[in-house]
Design a protein around this ligand. Structure first.
Ligand SMILES: *Cc1c(COP(=O)(O)O)cnc(C)c1O
Length: 464
């Protein structure tokens, strides 16, 4: 068969998919029995499947399609670049115009003290780069004892060895005997799930001080870095209490360890700033990026590096023995440049801060009144609904964690919208171009989905 296959019947595509395609993060046995949904095209915030259904992409693909689907401008820029220079490496004392232009652009968008970009093809590779970079940095500045990297439970930093290890997903650690040596995890600032016996403000301080306690326990002279997402995405859109980041900031100021802000989701306007760390007033030493960098049109990731780390890595002459065949790929750089140009021209970052962000948030938070919802939260253009069986006892999880979320997600699809389920909370992260009418559709559909799910749970005796 050929790549453009909407001429094939859905069933035939599903059968071939089941026979030969191994999906990421999927229970392949049950998926193959059920059959995958075939997505054939997309435009703006809308997907079309092989049966002709239009579905709102409430997740911007996988948190990445900031400018919406089907932008000719990006496709044209990539086409033009591919005809001129489809590929060349950046290893042999060589460079090329698109990667130069993109690096200049990113240095301008990043905080003033961050001026260098190392490229790769994904967020996972970005964090593998981070892992080697922070340890090498300390070697080069003469503190080779500083090797431990502190991450957080339920953080997500990708699926490669370093990404999985830095992340705090226990189910992932259980496959492949991870984490690797020298990674330590502290608790996450998840008030609704883990801190509700205190006020959010108190809990934010307690959660932040876990970092200080870990530093004291392990020894500051042994610690290379602390890595965290400004808001944990894949972990369930965990918005930290307001006191959390200021307290972390205080601790980091007093201790000589590097701070890595994983901007793979929170970067590129998701929180109404170019970077999530700016939103929270943090000053990172390294920022892994990917996803929104190209709006997913082509795969590209990178690490934006502070002057301090860059200078450290250049000490002692020898090279940083690290790189990828596709580091700074010209076509991907062209896609990123065109994407960032659209974001700037259409003022999408400001739009999240001052227009569509507050507009959606106001309506989304009202869903918190639904009998099935224990908490609704939204920051920028990323939000979550915590589903609960008994509103009077909202922090009690469902008996079989994940079942209710899956029912709700399937109902959402039926109503024509993608919401993602994380455990038993529902997640949205729509494209930044979402219109007011589309935001209304999103909220109305979420409400219908909650109503249906509530009825399903009642019928099946699954409420608390
Ligand atoms: C998605 C994600 C990654 C991994 O990116 P991939 O491109 O999937 O490898 C890393 N960090 C965060 C915060 C992510 O959300």
């Amino acid at each position: 068969m050929t790549a453009h296959s909407n001429i094939y019947p859905t069933k035939a595509l599903q059968a071939l998919d089941a026979a030969h395609h191994w999906h990421p993060f999927s229970d392949m046995k049950s998926l193959n029995e059920e059959g995958s949904r075939v997505i054939t095209s997309a435009d703006g915030v809308w997907l079309t499947d092989s049966e002709g259904n239009r579905i709102m992409d409430g997740m911007a693909g996988l948190w990445c399609v900031q400018v919406g689907h089907g932008r000719d401008e990006i496709a044209d820029a990539v086409y033009k670049q591919m005809k001129e220079l489809s590929y060349y490496n950046t290893f042999f004392k060589t460079t090329h115009p698109p990667v130069v232009a993109l690096s200049e652009k990113l240095a301008k968008l990043a905080p003033a003290h961050m001026n260098k970009v190392f490229y790769c093809s994904s967020g996972s590779e970005a964090n593998d780069t981070v892992f080697r970079m922070v340890r090498t940095y300390w070697d080069k500045v003469g503190k080779p004892e500083k090797k431990i990297i502190i991450g957080r439970w339920n953080g997500y930093h990708g699926s490669t060895l370093a990404g999985t290890s830095l992340g705090g997903m226990k189910a992932m650690h259980s496959q492949g005997d991870l984490p690797v040596q020298g990674v330590h995890h502290i608790d996450q600032p998840y008030w609704f799930g883990e801190g509700h016996e205190m006020s959010p403000e108190e809990f934010g301080i307690v959660a932040a001080r876990k970092l200080e306690e870990a530093i004291d326990e392990l020894g500051e002279d042994k610690i290379a870095a602390f890595i965290a997402e400004p808001i944990q995405g894949a972990g369930g859109v965990i918005v930290p209490p307001e006191t959390y980041w200021p307290e972390i900031r205080r601790i980091l100021k007093e201790r000589d360890i590097l701070f890595v802000s994983d901007e793979v989701i929170c970067g590129f306007g998701r929180l109404g700033e170019w970077f999530g760390s700016t939103y929270y007033g943090m000053e990172p030493d390294l920022m892994p990026i990917a996803k929104g960098l190209t709006s997913g049109y082509l795969p590209m990731g990178g690490v934006i590096v502070s002057d301090r780390v860059a200078e450290g890595l250049m000490l002692s002459g020898d090279e940083f023995y690290h790189g990828y065949t596709y580091s700074g790929h010209p076509a991907c750089a062209a896609a990123a440049l065109a994407n960032l140009e659209i974001m700037e021209r259409e003022g999408l970052v400001d739009r999240v801060k001052n227009d569509i962000g507050p507009y959606l948030k106001e309506r989304w938070l009202k869903l918190g009144e639904h009998p099935l919802v224990g908490e609704a939260r939204m920051e920028g253009l990323v939000g979550a609904l915590e589903l609960v069986g008994d509103k009077k006892n909202p922090h009690k999880p469902f008996a079989d964690v994940g079942t209710v979320g899956t029912i709700c997600r399937d109902n959402s699809f039926k109503h024509g919208m993608v919401m993602r389920a994380v455990r038993d909370s529902m997640i949205i992260s729509p494209p930044l171009v979402l219109s007011h009418e589309e935001a209304d559709f999103l909220v109305t559909t979420a409400e219908k989905t909650l109503d249906d799910t509530y009825q399903d749970l009642k019928r099946d005796g699954l409420l608390g």
